[in-house]
Design a protein around this ligand. Structure first.
Ligand code: HEC
Length: 316
């Protein structure tokens, strides 16, 4: 009987641990599973692709197997003019997002509509597909769903990409990888706190904005502004370009690191970037020897810097 107390203690510990795990893990999971995705949530997961962080499709976090978000005004099939439309182009072999692989996680309404009206399950990763986000009036409530435009309108990935100019192609999915890989979340959050934060950083997101997103990159310990709506308060591509190349160009006392290495070797015109020359000219500017800072190179279309800027400007 000497160990009786220990047995009681072990059971009490097991009960307390089990209860706290039930409350911490199981109860929110039930809550999340009953949430329907919002149109913002659909936009996010279609533009990010399957995973926005480490995955076996992209083990080195280089932005492989990611869709391209395009804004088109011409129908890729018929060539006729259309209302400006945002489409998510998945070229052949690009991994489909979780919501398409497992429609259940979109929530009841959106998943039923995506399958029936949107013909989502007809999409195939082997040949690729083009998706758009639509809304349908269900008994007075607008329910968002995914339309597989390849099945419903005959929009093929290559033809759709061809209708978008360089500035209408947003590498948002690759940019999210850069955001995660570079540890931007170490200083920035993507979730305004439930405080007066909302007055400054804008409306808080809804739970349904995140269905199927992995990882969410909310961040936790904030040393810098929340970026949830940064694209709405500052939509200047030039500002972002200068700020990422060297934050001190636009914010003299910024503690943010420079991300000039994301530019790669060549700029948008194919010229080799002279980082040392730039640095020398910048030092002369920073010390007051010259009046103007050196020009920041425009990032090439396939550079990591371009993808990161597309991602950040897309945070609206
Ligand atoms: C060491 C902390 C730190 C890291 C890491 C960091 N930032 Fe920043 N960032 C800041 C600070 C501080 C500011 C505010 C001053 C400024 O504008 O530079 C800022 C400002 C910004 C702004 C402008 C915000 C606004 O409200 O207008 C953007 C956009 C931004 N950062 C994006 C990024 C991205 C993307 C990354 C990752 C590639 C990143 N930051 C990494 C500290 C950081």
């Amino acid at each position: 009987m000497a160990f009786r107390e220990y047995k009681i203690g072990a059971r009490m510990f097991g009960l307390a641990f089990g209860t706290s795990m039930f409350i911490t893990l199981y109860m929110p999971a039930v809550d999340i599973a009953s949430v329907s995705v919002t149109s913002i949530g659909l936009d996010r997961q279609l533009s990010f692709g399957r995973v926005g962080g480490f995955s076996y499709e992209d083990p080195f976090l280089l932005g492989w197997s990611k869709p391209i978000t395009v804004e088109i005004t011409t129908d890729p099939k018929t060539g006729a003019g259309i209302e400006p439309t945002r489409a998510f182009v998945y070229e052949a072999e690009t991994a489909f997002p979780n919501g398409i692989r497992h429609p259940r996680i979109l929530g009841k309404g959106p998943s039923a509509l995506s399958l029936d009206k949107g013909r989502m399950s007809e999409a195939s990763e082997d040949i690729g597909a083009v998706f758009i986000v639509r809304e349908s009036n269900q008994d007075g409530v607008m329910v968002p769903y995914i339309e597989n435009a390849t099945a419903t309108r005959g929009w093929m990935p290559e033809a759709t990409l061809a209708k978008a100019s360089d500035s209408q192609r947003l590498h948002v999915g690759k940019g999210k990888i850069m955001f995660v890989r570079e540890g931007c979340w170490w200083c920035h959050t993507l979730l305004p706190e439930e405080t007066q934060d909302w007055q400054y950083f804008g409306a808080p997101p809804m739970l349904g904005d995140f269905n199927g997103e992995s990882p969410t990159a909310f961040g936790s310990d904030r040393k810098a502004p929340d970026l949830t709506h940064v694209g709405s308060r500052n939509s200047s591509r030039e500002w972002m370009t200068m700020h990422f190349f060297n934050p001190r160009l636009v914010q003299p006392h910024s503690i943010m690191p420079r991300y000039d290495y994301l530019w790669g070797e060549e700029d948008a015109k194919g010229n080799t970037i002279d980082f040392d020359g730039w640095r020398t000219a910048y030092t002369a500017y920073a010390s007051g020897e010259s009046i103007y800072p050196p020009e920041v190179p425009v990032p090439a279309a396939d550079s990591e810097a371009r993808a990161l800027i597309d991602f950040v400007l897309n945070l609206k």
